[in-house]
Ligand binder design. Sequence first.
Ligand SMILES: *Cc1c(COP(=O)(O)O)cnc(C)c1O
Length: 228
Amino acid sequence: MQEATPEKSADRLTAIRARMAAAAKLARRPSEDIHLIAVSKTRSVEDIAPLILQGQMLFGENRVQEAAQKWPVLKEQHSGIQLHLIGQLQSNKAEEAVALFDMIHSVDRLSLISALGKAMQKLQRAVPCFIQVNIGAEAQKGGCSVAELPDLLKAAQESDIPVAGLMCIPPADVEAAPFFALLAELSARHGLPQLSMGMSDDFEMAIMLGATHIRVGTALFGARTSAD
Ligand SMILES: *Cc1c(COP(=O)(O)O)cnc(C)c1O
């Protein structure tokens, strides 16, 4: 159920925090275990600033280039900001991503693991990563298959990449709950503590099913004008 959407992002943030707390309470989970990532892709510094002033510290971007333009200044002005890469990453941008981001949610193949391992070694900076699983086995989507997951986890360990947990983007326009439940079951099987799942339309369900990081764009900033 979508409640009436407030006009200003600051009010929307307050409303989302309340909905997160209510979902955590229902799930009998401590609300400190659930982190809101404000997905700021396509948004301007002017759009973002009010949320920072309200204490929002975690932000998600899906493009390295865009993040590199927007965030260094904001990070300098506000200490404590953490930047999360949530979009697909090309191996040739691994080093730039390791330098810029505090967490990477889209690790989904061996070549990228190898590139990230080298970049972290070179920059002497360990960036916690999520392995992205293509949970609905969709042809066009990023993420490894469920079958590939054990090999990727092993490779990440061998490359000294800290793996926080698993991430997914379930298929659009169908009930997300079974996919969230499957991701939670996979992460439990591998003893991974964190789960990046849930977006504007389904974050409460994701919290019920164990999400530790929800990625919310539209419900915070309003509709995006560009497609991604
Ligand atoms: C854009 C995006 C989101 C946010 O989606 P909304 O529906 O706007 O909340 C979350 N995760 C990823 C990977 C995204 O690319």
